[in-house]
Design a protein around this ligand. Sequence first.
Ligand code: NAD
Length: 275
Amino acid sequence: MGVGIAHVFLAAGCRVKLIEADPDRVIAAQQRVVASMERSSAKGTLTEAVGEALRRLVVGTELSVLGDCQLVIEAVPEDIALKLAVIVDIEESVPETAVLATNTSSMSIAQLAQSLRHPNRFAGLHFFNPVPVSVLVEVIAGPESDAATIAACRSWVEVIAKTAVVVQDAPGFASSRLGVLLAIEAIRMLQDGVASAEDIDKAMTLGYRHPMGPLRLTDLVGLDVRLAIAEYLTSNLGPRFAPPALLRDMVAAGKLGRKSGEGFFMYQHSLKDGT
Ligand SMILES: NC(=O)c1ccc[n+]([C@@H]2O[C@H](COP(=O)([O-])OP(=O)(O)OC[C@H]3O[C@@H](n4cnc5c(N)ncnc54)[C@H](O)[C@@H]3O)[C@@H](O)[C@H]2O)c1
């Protein structure tokens, strides 16, 4: 998600700093931004040469380079302890005027803001995958997010030419709460032998006109990501979100969807390689 978010802000003419905690992943992150922008360029959706846009990109490991940023978006894995630690570190590294946002798919903005000195400037900016082609961004207002922060978030969404919906702070917001419920029921149906993965997806794409079936969408999002969201929603909203055994087993077996090459469907290339 970090790569896709970097892509859309670069494409909108912004300067972008992409931080990877692991030095061994910096080059791969940079290559994935380049590959993503080249794909857009080939489709004719960029207004400038890829090389020109990339001049505004810095990729590194140190949060200290964020000192002149006006907006910082956290996009580390869906793990509350990790997010809390990273968000606090970000606050230490940015000016007091910067807006801080999280790309969490489900977690409470109030909970994530609990250790911040200035929780009023923190909100959710929930992007959708693949970020360059998805038009929606959910803006999530925490109980302490102030009006200026929400207005700034809406403006940033306009900068990248996407559409914002503003949602109050409730687990799973408006999107994941519905989307994950559909996905886990589809996985449960596959587990119970109701139909094949392909036919379950076809029921939704052809019958209900969803652009993508819930199983293929889970492959795109990442089975590990959806498992983490389902676990969080189960503990906050109840057992209707309980992840099926099949989802747990597939994650344990490393079948994470497109990024690993196999999920409910097979993929020829791994997204981790930027292909
Ligand atoms: N995958 C989706 O479709 C999707 C959509 C919307 C929101 N999200 C949310 O975005 C966030 C990231 O999801 P993702 O799918 O991009 O995950 P991912 O696992 O693909 O990427 C996570 C990034 O965090 C980095 N990271 C891993 N461990 C870290 C650590 N200990 N410290 C700092 N950085 C670390 C990784 O190097 C990687 O760059 C999650 O909160 C997820 O719920 C995901």
